[in-house]
Design a protein around this ligand. Structure first.
Ligand SMILES: Cc1cc2nc3c(=O)[nH]c(=O)nc-3n(C[C@H](O)[C@H](O)[C@H](O)COP(=O)(O)OP(=O)(O)OC[C@H]3O[C@@H](n4cnc5c(N)ncnc54)[C@H](O)[C@@H]3O)c2cc1C
Length: 387
């Protein structure tokens, strides 16, 4: 195939998911020339598949490295989204809908964590199942009263809209997105990347960023060193009601229900460690329905209008790797955000852009934990330790 000649850019990014796009946007804003090479279509992998909850589902269960990155990112979110909306006219529907965590939950521990981390929380006695619908109650028997943890400040976003807005903004600022262009190999001399071999030709840049989600480790090949980024499949179901049947995100262990303002309701998700297999399954659908119907009996009468899956870039303890490659001086990684890449996107983009541009500005958080992923080989953590 005749190579397509691309203009030499300052920075080339592999992968146009939320992380690649957010990173491109930050770099374009700082005046860099940026190209993104995307194997398929922009924002159609994990970032599209996600639920858009802007928080870990039980935030007290995570390490400080996750908590700090999430905290900083969620602080950036309102202005980040408002600016995208203003510039593109696309509204990603950011709103604080709150999150209700149902038992089993260690309420004392949750309360102590929220107090320490300045997170607004209340304990609430709720009649189960949802919603307060007398006919439903009769059919399902008398309601039980349960004690739940409510976090009113948690927000959500609609991923496909966020991705469209990011794509448009990147292009508005002069970024180049080349779709259907799989990055295949790296030409390396000594400790530097000279060029990349892609499906649309050879491409050169001053600096290269890998933001290829679940495929990042595979793309690095032998240069992955001790990195441990694995695809972890998640399946989701979609319903449509006339009005939202619940007002907050509802979480019970790994299950969650996300109400959209227009009556759509997302039910997720599975955590499947089975490699690069994205097929949706009847067993996952049954499992999710079986777990969710006792919480929201209305789901029994409502058809599943869509089922999909995505491959999360799974990392031990959910800690992404953000920064320069330890051996190749012009290669950078922004990947491994596992369950919370949408939540972590603006802060991760800012951290990497600061490293790349040598900016003294920093988000006021210790970024060293996001370099530890390169040396995890002797402590490969199994999936059950991946929250
Ligand atoms: C079911 C599910 C629910 C989720 N819910 C939430 C949630 O509620 N909140 C939250 O914050 N996060 C959630 N997540 C996680 C979140 O979606 C991910 O952490 C995030 O999308 C990762 O973004 P990414 O850009 O790294 O990866 P991706 O979105 O997967 O993007 C990587 C891109 O790289 C491209 N690529 C791969 N290989 C190459 C190559 N060789 N050359 C060029 N391009 C390449 C891919 O085609 C893809 O477009 C969920 C994920 C799933 C699957």
């Amino acid at each position: 195939m005749k190579p397509l000649m691309l203009t030499k850019h300052d920075i080339m990014i592999a992968g146009a998911g939320v992380i690649g796009l957010a990173t491109a946007l930050k770099l374009l804003e700082s005046g860099a020339k940026v190209s993104i090479l995307e194997r398929g279509q922009t924002g159609m992998e994990s970032s599209w598949a996600g639920g858009g909850i802007l928080s870990p589902i039980c935030p007290w269960d995570y390490t400080d490295a996750v908590t700090r990155l999430v905290h900083y990112s969620t602080t950036l979110f309102p202005d980040w989204v408002a600016a995208l909306h203003k510039a593109t006219g696309i509204d990603p529907e950011y709103h604080q809908c709150g999150m209700t965590v149902l038992p089993p939950v260690d309420i004392q521990n949750a309360a102590a964590w929220c107090a320490t981390h300045d997170v607004n929380m209340r304990r609430q006695i709720l009649p189960m199942p949802f919603p307060a619908d007398e006919n439903q109650r009769t059919a399902d028997g008398a309601p039980d009263n349960i004690e739940a943890v409510v976090l009113p400040g948690i927000a959500q976003i609609r991923n496909p809209r966020l991705l469209q807005a990011l794509r448009q903004r990147v292009i508005q600022l002069g970024g180049q997105i080349v779709e259907n262009c799989c990055v295949r190999d790296w030409k390396i001399q000594q400790n530097k990347v000279l060029s990349v071999q892609s499906a649309c030709g050879i491409f050169t840049a001053d600096s290269y960023i890998i933001a290829a989600g679940a495929w990042s480790q595979r793309l690095l090949g032998k240069h992955a060193l001790g990195l441990n980024i694995q695809p972890i499949k998640g399946q989701m179901l979609l319903f449509k009601f006339d009005t939202p049947p619940i007002s907050t995100i509802v979480v019970k262990e790994n299950l969650y229900l996300i109400p959209r303002k227009d009556g759509h309701l997302l039910l997720g998700s599975t955590l499947e460690d089975i490699g690069f297999d994205k097929r949706i399954t009847a067993s996952a659908r049954q499992k999710l329905l079986k777990q969710a119907q006792p919480i929201l009996p209305k789901l029994r009468e409502s058809p599943v209008i869509r089922q999909w899956s995505g491959l999360r870039p799974g990392s031990p303890l959910n800690i992404p790797t953000i920064g320069r490659h330890p051996e190749l001086i012009n290669l950078y990684l922004n990947s491994g955000h596992f369950r919370y890449g949408v939540t972590m996107a603006p802060a991760s983009a800012e951290i990497l852009a600061n490293v790349l541009t040598g900016s003294m500005q920093h988000p006021g958080l210790d970024t060293s934990p996001y370099q530890s992923g390169w040396s995890q080989s002797d402590s490969l953590l199994p999936i059950h330790t991946m929250l």
